[in-house]
Design a binder for this molecule. Sequence first.
Ligand code: ADP
Ligand code: MG
Length: 258
Amino acid sequence: MGQIISISSQKGGVGKTTTAVNLGTSLAIFNKSVLLVDLDPQGSIGISFHLEDYHIKFGLYEVMVKNMPLTGTIINSGLDNLDLIPTNIRSEDQEIEMYSKALKLDLLKTIINPVKKIYDYIIIDCPPNLGSMTLNGLVAADSVIIPVVSEYYALKALGKFLNTLKSISKKYNRQLKIGGILVTMFDRRIKKQKEIVEYLRMTFKNLVFETVIPRNSKVAEAPSVGKPVILHAIHSEGAIKYLKLAEEIMSKKNENKL
Ligand SMILES: Nc1ncnc2c1ncn2[C@@H]1O[C@H](COP(=O)(O)OP(=O)(O)O)[C@@H](O)[C@H]1O
Ligand SMILES: [Mg+2]
């Protein structure tokens, strides 16, 4: 049975999509079969793989709103064992329709269930809010990975987000585990950032992944060439760390009950 991992945080710009894309690619490189699901109406997963709108005939919109079977929307990424379900929202009306269908919080869970046994990992990229799409992502998930940047205000938000996850788990998904807190865009030259990571480890202990993702120019430029950093610059520090993260996840060191 495949594991469903949601990448979630209430904040935008913390590396959710980057992590979904590069963790998914890394797991695929380690020979796992992976499905990446884009829950964010912004459609960044498609962009990260160089998919233009005309490549995406059907996507999550048709599945959630028009009841199309999920299998009809799966696109191969170009890498053998990495498949995608892109988001293909083309107007605000469609976005509203999708959000309102998602008020049925277990809709995505039901939709994904038939393909759960086909893949080793299903990775869900959530939007940067706690709206109905994100809640669908959390209800469908076995575990959640929370990317954080090492800044003071992020610490405050993290404590609150963990409490929110606890109550979501209590109400809607008792099986939900913390896959881990992932420090992203870390700059080791900045002393304050080091202190914040130390504080995170002291406070949240083994909830924090050993692997820390550095701020890295190759990671930042990869979406503009339509490739995950692992395929764009395999020897870059960013690519190496995402491969390490995949190893850490495959070894399951980090799963913790909420
Ligand atoms: N490790 C990194 N190093 C440099 N830039 C990064 C890194 N991770 C993400 N970025 C850049 O930061 C921006 C926000 O990342 P993104 O993954 O889109 O965040 P989110 O999905 O949480 O909104 C993007 O422009 C992305 O390319
Ligand atoms: Mg994103």
